[in-house]
Write a protein that binds this ligand. Structure first.
Ligand code: CTP
Ligand code: MG
Length: 260
């Protein structure tokens, strides 16, 4: 059975985080990468992918500097004139920022991609793989990579001799079945709205466990398909990630990279 869907596509860029772990003292989207705010790279990556009919950026409420950066990017990023452009105040948490953006998605949009501003180097190929799976009938699609480290589950524990508090292993899931998940994550817009309505019913402790949009769709019992991500699509979280991204931009490793 083939079900090929068409319709307008919105890309939401969530850029309203504060960047605590990066430790620059300014929101991460404003932190310089290659001499420009990180957000400039992310926005240009979205524009270059050529899949967006609407681009909506969620920024920290009251961040006039980032609002001005977005205003400049609306013309300098190369977005075609027909692309609808919105900047909204983000929420307290990432899900709140997605919800603020969903409120301004145009009525004729059928699919929406949610992308972290903190992934400034995501290649077009990843956007293409997501949108093409959506066209081919998926209603939720995420990019992922096989994990390279062995992953353990742990529980709090005390050392027998001293009672010192640490952790002990409670299990080791088979690595071959584990994936490290990235963005952009793509959804049928109505499914994502339903998923976020569900998110709004969660208790604070449960809501704190929600780290991506796909988790909410999974909770609704809907299928989430997985396409190949990219090592270029790393999330800038800590200072070493920023070092790596700077090196990637300078490009000395480029010939040795194989992912699209
Ligand atoms: N994000 C958001 N709104 C929030 C929190 C996060 O839009 N209230 C966005 C971030 O801007 C980022 C993405 O979600 O693009 C992933 O979040 P993360 O890497 O955790 O970024 P920060 O929350 O900014 O960083 P930290 O957790 O270290 O403070
Ligand atoms: Mg965060």
């Amino acid at each position: 059975m083939t079900e090929v869907k068409s319709g307008k596509c919105a890309v939401v860029i969530v850029a309203a985080g504060s960047g605590q772990r990066l430790g620059h003292g300014v929101p991460k989207a404003r932190v310089p990468l290659g001499g420009e705010p990180m957000l400039a790279h992310t926005v240009r990556g979205v524009v270059k992918a050529g899949i967006a009919d609407q681009i909506c950026i969620a920024i920290p409420a009251g961040d006039d500097e980032l609002a001005e950066i977005c205003r400049q990017l609306s013309t300098s990023s190369g977005a075609p004139a027909g692309v609808l452009w919105n900047v909204v105040d983000g929420g307290e948490d990432r899900a709140g920022s997605v919800q603020a953006a969903l409120a301004v998605i145009a009525g004729d949009v059928t699919t929406v991609l949610i992308h972290d501003a903190a992934r400034p180097l995501t290649p077009s190929g990843v956007f293409d793989r997501i949108t093409s799976a959506l066209r081919d009938g998926a209603t939720a699609v995420i990019p992922a990579l096989a994990v390279v480290d062995t992953i353990k589950e742990v529980v709090p524990a005390e050392l027998p001799g001293t009672g010192a508090g640490l952790e002990k292993v409670s299990g080791t899931p088979a690595r071959s079945r584990l994936r490290a998940v990235q963005t952009p994550q793509g959804f049928d817009v109505e499914l994502l709205r339903r998923a976020h309505r569900y998110a709004e019913t969660l208790q604070p402790a449960e809501a704190a466990q929600i780290t991506d949009d796909a988790m909410l769709v999974e909770a609704l019992g809907e299928d989430v398909y997985v396409v190949q991500g990219s090592t270029h699509s790393l999330k800038i979280t800590s200072p070493t990630d920023l070092l790596l991204a700077e090196a990637m931009l300078q490009g000395p490793l480029r010939p040795r990279w194989v992912e699209g």
